[in-house]
Design a protein around this ligand. Structure first.
Ligand code: ZN
Length: 467
């Protein structure tokens, strides 16, 4: 059995994964708050932990891995979106969850074993909060329940901060119901226009952190193997999860290994709405970039390093995948992935090393090995290959995916026009140009010949009639 080593943020060392129960390797990853489409940064942990999930299933057996990723469906951001749009909360959360499944599915991401929604675990959260109050780790005041951070001696260990450093550096909220500014909310009161549940502290709703503690306990138990998420969640979210869970269940270990992925940039810059480089996964898919290409670009960078999304990388990834798909067409994958690919992935998910090994397999002509190994990483899967029938054309500076058949139909018509012109049959040349124009295809004559691009609307019917 391959030995998997993972960098543990908690101990700051690479550790051999020794599952608590090899018959049930357990992983929890913090999922999205569902009020909007997932952006390109959100997709990184989803892809990273999908590769780990696939590796764990390969090593321990598919039925011996339990992967939980939650949906946060109660949150002030959702409430705000509902108030702004006038749409019911459930419409927004249901729609966003559907989008999430669609978008992540296109990236070749497997659905985890459990996708708990926070609103289905309110009772478990209340029970955990009651226990924390009973043991003196939490207190209720003015309809709020707060966690007493100074009661948990190891607070800050994960991110390597002391409580006093955190007070100095963090945006801690001072409030009259708090004993200490660092104390964080477990429960807060809801007004009538906000979602709320009856509790011993009045009608209210949970704080964000308690949901992951309650859902991981319900689905994975007091101790489990791996907890993952973006490194932007390390503080305060993960520190708070640890404090709640360890104090509520001191006999449990909560998560043994903590894994954090680094952030994503676009063309060397932080993605932000003000810079105009903020993209959702859906935006990029709509630009005609296949999900498999996005996945490949992500896996070229180790999860522990910042990754830069660039159009050039996408172009190269597309060329590589197109070539590989051509090579493995009709080839039966070998029964087991190549040892060097498993070795690279087992070394703290060295996905860039694994891709280098895939290039080597392609170069050596081990196509069955290439296919099996790429599939272990969620690449070259049969169900993700439709895009290869697509050709990419430059249209107004944008790469647009076109069905290859349609593209060659247009190519043929453009060529027929060029020939007609050469034969001085201008009536025929004009007929083709006008017909293409009516079908929404714009021709540009230049020194290098004629190129075409799409106009606003393309009418396939007219295009076919023109042939
Ligand atoms: Zn969480």
């Amino acid at each position: 059995m391959a030995e998997i080593r993972l960098w543990n943020t908690r101990t700051r060392s690479k550790e051999v994964l020794q599952p608590i129960d090899p018959d049930n390797v357990r992983m929890y990853v913090c999922g999205p708050t569902v009020y909007d489409r997932a952006h390109m940064g959100n997709a990184r942990p989803v892809i990273v932990f999908d590769v780990l999930y696939r590796l764990l299933r390969h090593v321990y057996g598919p039925e011996h891995v339990t992967y939980v990723r939650n949906f946060t469906d109660v949150d002030d951001k959702i409430n705000k979106r509902s108030q702004e749009s006038g749409r019911p909360i459930s419409d927004i959360t249901e729609e966003t969850i559907r989008w999430y499944h669609e978008d992540m599915g296109k990236l070749g991401v497997m659905v985890p074993n459990h996708e708990p929604r926070a609103t289905a675990y309110i009772g478990e959260m209340i029970a955990m909060i009651q226990g924390l109050i009973a043991d003196g780790y939490a207190y209720a005041k003015e309809g709020h329940v707060l966690f007493r951070v100074r009661e948990y001696a190891d607070y800050g260990k994960l991110s390597g901060r002391s409580v006093d450093d955190m007070i100095a550096g963090a945006r801690v909220e001072v409030a009259p119901y708090k004993e200490d500014p660092m104390d964080f909310v477990l429960w807060k009161p809801s007004t009538d226009d906000l979602p709320g549940w009856e509790s011993p502290w009045g009608r209210g709703r949970p704080g964000w952190h308690i949901e992951c503690s309650a859902m991981s306990l319900a689905l994975l138990g007091e101790s489990f193997d791996i907890h993952g998420g973006g490194n932007d969640l390390m503080f305060p979210h993960h520190e708070n999860e640890i404090a709640q869970s360890r104090c509520a269940h001191p006999e449990g270990k909560f998560a043994k290994i903590w894994m954090h992925n680094e952030m994503l940039q676009v063309e060397g810059k932080k993605m932000s709405k003000s810079l105009g480089n903020f993209f959702t996964v859906h935006d990029v898919l709509e630009q005609g970039i296949p999900g498999e290409v996005i996945r490949f670009v992500y896996l070229q960078t180790h999860y522990g390093k910042p990754m830069d999304w660039t159009a050039e990388k996408a172009r190269q990834a597309q060329a590589t995948l197109r070539k590989w798909r051509g090579l493995v067409e009709g080839i039966e994958p070998s029964p087991s992935p190549a040892p060097e690919v498993i070795a690279a992935l087992s070394d703290d998910l060295n996905t860039s090393g694994a891709i280098a090994a895939l290039h080597k397999l392609a170069g050596e002509g081990d196509l069955a090995g290439l296919k099996a190994s790429a599939q272990l990483m969620g690449l070259l899967l049969d169900e993700m290959g439709d895009w290869v029938a697509t050709r990419f054309v430059d249209s107004g500076g944008l790469q647009v995916g076109v069905n290859a058949e349609v593209a060659s139909m247009i190519d043929d018509l453009v060529e027929a026009r060029t020939k007609a012109k050469a034969a001085r049959d201008f009536a025929e040349a004009d007929r083709i140009r006008d017909g293409l124009s009516a079908a929404g295809i714009i021709l540009k004559d230049g020194k290098e010949g004629t190129v075409w691009e799409f106009g606003e609307l393309v009418d396939l019917q007219k295009l076919e009639e023109l042939q």
